[in-house]
Design a protein around this ligand. Structure first.
Ligand SMILES: Nc1nc2c(ncn2[C@@H]2O[C@H](COP(=O)(O)OP(=O)(O)OP(=O)(O)O)[C@@H](O)[C@H]2O)c(=O)[nH]1
Ligand SMILES: [Mg+2]
Ligand SMILES: [Zn+2]
Length: 394
């Protein structure tokens, strides 16, 4: 990723300036009563539950922060002291090889440097939700794209990019993240019949809301904003070039994210955004821009699949045999629906393909997720015990 820069949209900006983080005086003379703005981390979604989970780290002298830009070497972390550039501690780096790296949106415990804008990430708090995909280079490792998110915007554009099959895959992955998925159809100005197209997509998306927007025509932005609540975090997921960064800029009211025109030949994007970045919006919500991904590897998508293919799962309940294989069994409701045309053959074939893929991957990925949580919980407990011990023997 990161190639193909410098097209008609202008050169992508290098590292983002994290705006709206009022730099605060550090040290004893800091008087909170004078502050008119709420503490920064509250804006980033800090809650009482997190405060509780963080208590042992606070006793160990660490400060809480949220990863706003995830990079291999140093992450940018929003804290009470402003945005710090923070590396992983040696121990975390070691653990990360098995348990995965902290991701954008993660809440972390940081040892802040001596006012030099740097810090070290010592621990990662347990995640509430996570959008996960299979790592590009392996079928057996997972990669967290966004942590602690409330809404997944599954973004697809109303031009040549619109692909119902891919949308289904993205939706399945979104459902299993634990966050609420919302389909965002972009570039409505390029569609001759946006309403009709949106209605087709809505039928496919089941219970999931569908929002039609055009950044260019300024359409649908208010409907979109309704899903971005203060203190909540949304992530934009979708192929390159569908207009994710353009949406962020539109919501910000300034061109902070780099954007670039799509290729004329095949309408594909140029992979302009190269890292995940969490942005605080003027209205108080948070939005995470991500580099475009073509497909999402399915990860324990059992729940997700059931939600996207609710009609099929419901049909299967009416089969005479509970273990019906839906091939030649008598009283098979799925076969009956296929025969009557109530269930499309293509949709059924697609469901079968996804189910098979899921079954093959599910087990190993499940184990990996559990392992990850175990590591995290272990680290919190160790920090707590260390803090207790320090209290007993001052
Ligand atoms: N016609 C039209 N073009 C748009 C709209 N929104 C974005 N675009 C264009 O689509 C192109 C790609 O937009 P980006 O925002 O860079 O896309 P992206 O999804 O962030 O792409 P990656 O960073 O590569 O994943 C740019 O040329 C935008 O100007 C829209 O509402 N209408
Ligand atoms: Mg982008
Ligand atoms: Zn059946």
């Amino acid at each position: 990723m990161g190639s193909g820069h410098g097209g008609a949209g202008g050169p992508p900006t290098a590292l983002p300036a994290i705006a709206s983080a009022p730099s605060r005086p550090v040290g004893r003379r800091w008087r909170p009563s004078r502050l008119k703005v709420p503490p920064l981390i509250d804006e980033y979604g800090w809650t009482d539950a997190l405060r509780l989970a963080f208590a042992p780290h606070a006793r160990a002298g660490l400060i809480p922060g949220r990863i706003v830009v995830q990079q291999r070497e140093a992450n940018l972390v929003a804290t009470e002291l402003g945005t710090l550039s923070a590396r992983l501690s040696g121990k975390l780096r070691h653990e990360a090889r098995a348990a995965g790296y902290p991701a954008a949106g993660d809440w972390v415990a940081v040892a802040a440097g001596a006012g030099d804008g740097k810090g070290t990430i010592q621990a990662v708090l347990p995640r509430r939700t996570a959008f996960v995909r299979r790592a590009a280079d392996s079928a057996h490792t997972t990669q967290v794209i966004a942590a602690n998110i409330d809404v997944v915007f599954v973004v697809t554009s109303m031009n040549a990019d619109l692909n119902p099959r891919r949308l289904e895959r993205f939706l399945a992955a979104a459902w299993q993240s634990g966050a609420k998925p919302v389909v965002v159809l972009t570039k409505a100005d390029l569609s001759v019949h946006p309403e009709e197209e949106a209605a087709e997509i809505a039928a496919l998306a089941g219970d999931c809301p569908v929002v039609v927007v055009s950044a260019r025509a300024g359409r649908g932005l208010d409907s979109l904003k309704e899903y971005i609540r203060p203190g909540e975090t949304c992530v934009l997921i979708g192929s390159s070039g569908v207009g994710k960064s353009t949406l962020v800029n539109t919501l910000l009211g300034e061109a902070r994210m780099a954007t670039q025109d799509i290729r004329a030949g095949d309408a594909r994007g140029r992979h302009t955004t190269s890292h995940r970045q969490l942005v605080l919006l003027p209205g108080g919500g948070l939005i995470l821009d991500t580099p475009g991904i073509r497909e999402v590897g399915l990860v324990e998508a059992e729940l997700g699949l059931g939600t996207v293919f609710e009609d099929i799962e419901r049909l299967a309940l009416d089969c005479r045999f509970t273990n019906c294989g839906h091939s030649n069994e008598p009283g098979c409701a799925v076969r009956a629906a296929l025969d009557s045309g109530a269930l499309g053959a293509e949709r059924w074939a697609h469901y079968q393909k996804l189910s098979a893929e899921m079954a093959a991957q599910g087990a190993s990925l499940d184990r990996m997720a559990q392992e990850m949580e175990r590591h995290r919980a272990g680290a919190v407990q160790r920090a707590y015990r260390a803090a207790k011990k320090a209290q007993r023997e001052p």
